[in-house]
Design a protein around this ligand. Structure first.
Ligand code: COA
Length: 248
């Protein structure tokens, strides 16, 4: 079976590539688990920068909606999702992302934890949580307003307005836009630039800039609790069933 997450190390850089292109890189529990492990073990493995990549045309379509439906029936969010969110927030290693195509839900909110983001000119970012009967996750209710201001964050996280690459650049979600076939190379180049810097100074600067990690983790946990309640709601279940049963 093809690996759904491909992890490779070279030159102190770990690339973590989501690899479920036939499902637009919708994330399943084993994928969250593999990504959390890749992030959690990086520092101990001598890694100095992690690069998160997707597939052509699909960075990540968010959580697998079949699994959300199962979670709605079980009445709780899968523990692997939470482990991944904590790993993202607690990563002592700088995170870079390269986004091609669609970045939906966690595909967009994970970028709020990244230190540098490269996007293809074809990228599309969306966070349709409320339309799905849910609430924002991954610390985005804290990090998105901090990054782009309350009103732009409200339009994205609550009203579900998508952003194209130009809008993502304008609000600071993305550092640089390149042709889509240049995204991975440009993200690796950024990682190389970071690992060439004095590592202790990078780590200390990053800690100062991010503020207390436990504030972010506490917000993630608060969101997870509400998210679990929303998953059990009729609104959410109806939205998941509509996607799963859609006719095309
Ligand atoms: N969960 C499960 N399967 C998903 C998925 C998801 N989040 N997103 C896409 N897929 C699957 C589709 O069901 C389809 O599978 P099929 O070929 O077996 O029917 C395949 O991926 C391709 O998706 P498709 O919708 O045909 O691609 P598209 O290019 O027209 O649209 C998206 C891409 C990402 C815009 C669209 O798939 C989408 O909106 N997905 C749902 C995103 C979402 O709401 N995520 C949760 C956020 S909290």
């Amino acid at each position: 079976m093809t690996d759904l997450v491909i992890v490779r190390d070279a030159d102190s850089i770990r690339t973590v590539r989501m690899n479920r292109p036939d499902k637009k890189n919708a994330l399943t529990a084993p994928m969250y688990r593999a990504m959390a492990r890749a992030i959690d073990t990086a520092a101990g493995d001598g890694i100095r920068c992690i690069v998160i990549l997707g597939a052509p045309g699909a960075f990540c379509a968010g959580n697998d909606l079949h699994e959300f439906l199962a979670a709605a029936k079980a009445g709780m969010l899968d523990g692997d999702v939470v482990t991944f969110l904590h790993a993202l927030a607690r990563s002592p290693v700088p995170l870079v992302a390269g986004v091609q195509g669609d970045a939906v839900g966690i595909g967009t909110t994970l970028l709020l934890h990244c230190d540098y983001v490269v996007a293809g000119t074809d990228a599309r970012f969306s966070t349709p949580f409320v339309r799905l009967g849910l609430v924002p996750e991954a610390g985005s209710s804290l990090l998105a307003p901090r990054l782009m201001g309350h009103r732009r964050a409200f339009a994205a996280l609550v009203m579900g307005h998508g952003l194209d690459t130009a809008a993502a650049l304008a609000c600071g979600l993305v550092n640089v836009a390149v042709a889509r076939d240049q995204v991975d190379a440009r993200a690796i180049a950024a990682a190389n630039e970071i690992v060439a810097l004095p590592p202790e100074a990078v780590a200390a600067s990053r800690r100062l800039m991010r503020g207390p990690v436990e504030h972010i983790v506490a917000r993630i946990d608060e969101e997870v609790s509400l998210f679990g309640e929303r998953l059990r709601s009729g609104e959410a279940r109806a939205a998941f069933e509509a996607f799963v049963n859609r006719k095309r």
